[in-house]
Design a protein around this ligand. Sequence first.
Ligand code: KG4
Ligand code: ZN
Length: 334
Amino acid sequence: MRLLGIETSCDETAAAVVADGAQILSNVVASQIPLHAVYGGVVPEVASRQHLLAILPVVKRALAEAGVSRADLAGVAVTVGPGLAGSLLVGVNLAKALAWAWSLPLLAINHLEAHLYAGWLTAEVPPDSASPPPLFPVLCLIVSGGHSLLLVMEEHRRYRFLGRSRDDAAGEAFDKVARLLGLGYPGGPAIQEAALKGEATAVPLPRPWLRGSPDFSFSGLKTAVLHLTLQEPPYRREDVAASFQEAVVDVLVAKTLGAAAQEGARSILLAGGVAANQLLRQRIIRDSPLPVHFPTSRLCTDNAAMVAAAGYYHLIQGDLAPWDADVMPNLPLP
Ligand code: KG4
Ligand code: ZN
């Protein structure tokens, strides 16, 4: 069963064709990063205008690369939230138009759920990740630019909330600290790169444990970095980057493994842009007694293959979206 997926929730215009929620037939991502980099972050109005320009060529390319036409498709899956309202509208309106014109079911996808379903895509499973599919119950850590979320996936599409960030999301902290250090945007890859030339024990940084709670908090760590950058003589920024990355990874790994043990999980799944972080991946594999799954780096950051994968499970469960489905910028998961 082949699905067309469409993703426009933030700053990537993306379309993909995926078979049976697993096999990637095409995966096209038009990144807007250079457009936003000059502002140091995503400018919503610029993002929605750019989605409008890019969406049709991106969808056409995804269909052409997969070698499919309307007759080969079983549905159209699109991200309806959470995300930027103006950006989401571009994808949702095109998905509705295509599904209506082609008499196909429309699947309304939660972007966070889509990030999780990247863990079921088999075409690009990295060699150091446990072989799919993850065993239920799965302890899931979603860490992206907008969210840091711990939850248990009991079964397909059945989620139990455990904890979230009380302030900045993990990716947001990477982006803000990179800006403080003058390392550019997006901050995650920039900090990872700078950290390679730094010493992770060189700079004393706190670990925000919030003991006894499954929640996260990253804004204090960001403020600690701000104070460091004002200090004379200044620390080497590569050392600050390495120490910051180490502190975030320490907290993410410890909380994830603690929650997995407490919940009796049988596997662990990392998802979202920050799950592309190499140190996080190495550490959790090193320390976890359970099999750890994570998508390739390219499938951790925003893409439409993960949307089509989630759409497959909506379709086989009969969860079809109505024609008046609307964007939901603050849509939660679960
Ligand atoms: O999932 P995503 O592409 O978009 C959202 O849904 O937010 O995540 C983007 C976030 C950004 O904050 C970016 O800095 C971070 O993921 N990120 C990373 C890495 N690659 C992307 N953070 C740490 N290390 C990385 N290698
Ligand atoms: Zn995302």
